[in-house]
Design a protein around this ligand. Structure first.
Ligand code: AMP
Length: 406
């Protein structure tokens, strides 16, 4: 059965088609510059990458072209073979703790939450609406970045601000990257061969977050109301004294929106190094002795170490630490600095094993008190799995109704 995994941005749409339950990727790609001049798309099929320039008026035209590609490449004979489409949605607020069908009522909730994710939720809605128009018979599912973190207890998700802020304005920690944390935690448990585990999963990419996971359930995570909290990131500041915001808004005589832009796009590695938000550029800067790159990297890794130590205590120990996402999977240097920073917990790096990028591997020594693993993340696959499961549940429900059992 074919399941599509879709990640719609405001002017882009990434996709992957899976044959489920085998989990084979049939085709993948991305549409870019949707609604703009010089729009194009790239597809990857049978190991070959093809780029085509076409006019992409909107998300619907992108999906129409995708359907043509699926038929032309004989992935499907008819669109009815696409049984379900899973859409990545950033903010599910308090409403969604798992992947759900995107009914009109649920789309309304996603729209309502746009105030908390102004760039992401409206884009996801565009993708869902386009998919409904182009493949009306498929189940449309929403997979939320926040859903996996809905198990966090009130004492960990509330901020110490007036209690009504949460009740009236939904101000609380939601967490993000949930699909990635869930995927790597599941895989880590498979490797360990048991599920009664205490894990610390580090999704360290341009955006970065760390989660504490007990027996597959998330008990805490570093991102909050928005993806700009917790760790220092590529261009986001993460945790700091909130008074910096009010003080600097006055000093710079800027608006709240301008301040938000600075804290999201001009801070983090970029803000401190003054060079780049990309960790590869920071590493290059360090090689030529740039002191601001050294400082940025030190601040970056210190915060990762702080969160791991905090979650180690919260979990009451830890069976494994997982590194994933762009930096976690690829930066030998960052992993080494983080693991060296955990020496007090008895964690010991295996230098030779750590000399790798993008592969699943144990990177600590046999006598390390906690094993550390690299597990490449696969959010698209996780979305496809959840969507496939939801489809099966819905089919079972239909069958029971048809047989008048419920
Ligand atoms: P992501 O947001 O998960 O796509 O991760 C993007 C981040 O991964 C960027 O900061 C990249 O610099 C970083 N990254 C990718 N490849 C490497 C590499 N070989 N070494 C260090 N950082 C890398």
């Amino acid at each position: 059965m074919i399941v599509l995994s879709v990640n719609a941005g405001s002017s882009s749409l990434k996709f992957q088609a899976y044959d489920m339950p085998e989990e084979n990727v049939l085709i993948s790609g991305v549409f870019e510059r949707i609604g703009m001049k010089e729009s194009f798309y790239t597809i990857k099929i049978n190991g070959e990458k093809i780029k085509k320039e076409v006019e992409l008026k909107n998300h619907e035209s992108a999906l129409e072209i995708l359907m043509e590609e699926l038929i032309d490449n004989q992935i499907v004979e008819s669109l009815d073979e696409i049984k379900a489409i899973g859409h990545r949605i950033a903010q599910g607020g308090p409403y969604f703790d798992k992947t759900e069908e995107m009914t009109e009522e649920n789309i309304k909730k996603v729209r309502e939450l746009s105030a908390l994710a102004p760039l992401h939720n409206p884009a996801a809605i565009k993708g869902i609406k386009a998919a409904k128009a182009v493949v009306p018979n498929a189940l449309q599912a929403g997979a939320f970045d926040t859903a996996f973190h809905q198990t966090i207890e009130e004492e960990n998700y509330l901020y110490p601000v007036p209690y009504e802020w949460c009740e009236k304005y939904n101000v609380r920690k939601y967490g993000f990257h949930g699909t990635s944390h869930k995927y790597v935690a599941y895989r880590m448990n498979e490797i360990l061969g048991r599920y009664n585990t205490k894990l610390i999963t580090c999704h360290i990419g341009n955006g970065a977050s760390i989660s504490a996971i007990k027996e597959g359930i998330c008990i805490n995570t570093s991102m909050g109301l928005t993806p700009n909290s917790g760790l220092m990131m590529g261009s986001r500041c993460g945790d700091m004294d909130p008074t910096v915001v009010t003080y600097m808004t006055k000093q710079l005589e800027c608006t709240a929106e301008e301040m938000d832009e600075i804290l999201n796009k001009q801070s983090g590695l970029l803000g401190i190094s003054g060079i780049s938000s990309d960790s590869r550029d920071i590493e290059d800067g360090m090689k030529i002795g740039n002191p601001r790159c050294n400082l940025a990297q030190k601040m970056f890794t210190n915060r990762i170490i702080d969160y791991i130590a905090k979650y180690y205590v919260e979990l009451g120990g830890c069976d494994a630490i997982v590194f994933t996402a762009g930096i976690g999977e690829n930066s030998i240097h960052t992993r080494r600095e983080v693991i060296d920073g955990l020496a007090a917990l008895g964690v010991k790096i295996d230098e030779e094993a750590n000399e790798c990028r993008g592969v699943e591997r144990l990177i600590t020594t046999e006598d390390s008190a906690i094993p550390c693993y690299i597990i490449p993340t696969n959010e698209e696959l996780m979305i496809a799995r959840d969507t496939y499961m939801l489809y099966q549940e819905k089919e079972k429900e239909k069958e029971l109704i048809e047989n008048e059992i419920i």
